[in-house]
Design a protein around this ligand. Structure first.
Ligand code: 3HC
Length: 310
């Protein structure tokens, strides 16, 4: 890499140009995007597991069909994102092996258990709500394939978000048991959703270069602030209590939260969360059970002309 190439690349970023797969890019830009996009794809695929556990136990046909549609959407988001990562030169096998071996990261949020049906609504409202803030930001990122994948994903996420909010608001204003179930779900998902948006900016080693090269248009803390400012008033409006005794609204109208338990965050990221083992076991089992499909495809691709003519 010459300084001239780097300068020309940075001038393109400054002009707001999209970097495309065949354009020159610094090796670190490629590495960062492979890291980020592949982990994002893994998150979508693993993210199907907590919700999938409730498809057979949905309280009505309407809720079951909505949940099936949401989980299917996430499978599709995973595909868009694996494809976006492949444009940078990494193979699907490499990415899948990294996930199955436990080497790759995926979003901490999906290592928490879904204990009641209300968790499904809370995931839709809070987790997809946080994801929308993050992904709307990434829709403007400098790497073309990622930015375009985000535009498509965000439009589907809004449906995920709305259905979750509608469900929780109904329970929060329903019977005492429903209200208790919604509050219990908020108590267990509020902080993990806050952590999902990443460490504080001061503790975010990747943010510098990602911001400089137009991948992160807002910092982890800015996206978290957007998330809090939207969701706190709505959760309070629904009659729920935010499990943060230090929460207050400052003179600018921004909601300020209490200390985040980053020890818990890093413990989950390092594989010691409540469900990390189960998530990887489920992914490995699905991969093994799907081996026959890959083998059949391989046999079909390698069929002889005589077999093809058959
Ligand atoms: N879970 C697991 N690891 C996390 C994390 C999280 N919530 N937040 C940060 N980390 C990891 C980072 O990957 C990094 O480790 P690495 O260098 O080994 O990859 C380390 O912690 C330091 O964090 P940084 O802030 O420096 O990392 P980033 O600059 O990459 O910022 C991020 C973290 C904001 C999550 C960013 O990676 C990002 O925007 N990723 C794309 C979006 C994404 O992956 N979302 C996951 C949720 S997907 C989802 O919600 C699906 C929806 O349908 C519900």
């Amino acid at each position: 890499e010459t300084q001239e190439q780097l300068d020309a690349f940075e001038a393109r970023i400054q002009r707001g140009e999209k970097i495309e797969a065949n354009d020159w890019m610094p090796a670190e830009y490629r590495r960062q995007l492979i890291r980020m996009i592949s982990q994002h794809a893994h998150s979508e695929v693993v993210g199907m597991l907590p919700e999938g556990a409730w498809i057979t136990r949905a309280p009505s046909l309407k809720r079951k069909t909505i949940l099936i549609a949401k989980v299917q959407d996430e499978a599709g988001h995973g595909q868009y994102l694996y494809h976006a990562a492949e444009t940078l030169g990494i193979s699907r096998e490499e990415m899948v092996d990294a996930l199955l071996s436990g080497k790759a990261k995926y979003s901490s949020i999906f290592n928490y258990p879904t204990l009641t049906w209300a968790d499904i609504g809370m995931i839709g409202w809070l987790v997809d709500g946080a994801a929308i803030k993050n992904q709307t930001m990434l829709a403007g990122c400098s790497y073309g394939p990622y930015s375009r994948a985000m535009v498509r994903i965000c439009s589907e996420e809004t449906f995920h978000h709305k259905q979750g909010k509608e469900m929780i608001v109904m329970y929060a204003q329903g019977t005492p048991e429903q209200r208790a179930m919604a509050q219990d779900a908020l108590n267990r998902w509020w902080w993990p959703a806050m952590m999902m948006l990443g460490p504080h900016d001061a503790d975010s080693p990747n943010s510098g270069v990602l911001t400089r090269w137009g991948v992160k248009l807002k910092s982890n803390d800015e996206v978290r602030q957007e998330f809090i400012n939207e969701h706190v008033p709505e959760l309070l409006e629904a009659g729920l209590t935010i499990p943060d005794p230090d929460l207050y609204q400052d003179e600018n109208g921004d909601w300020k939260h209490g200390p985040i338990n980053w020890d818990e965050f890093w413990s989950v990221v390092k594989g010691h969360g409540q469900m990390n083992r189960q998530r990887l076991e489920a992914r490995n089992a699905a991969h093994d059970e799907g081996a026959w499909v890959r083998e059949a495809l391989e046999a079909y691709m390698n069929r002889t002309p005589a077999q093809a003519a058959d």
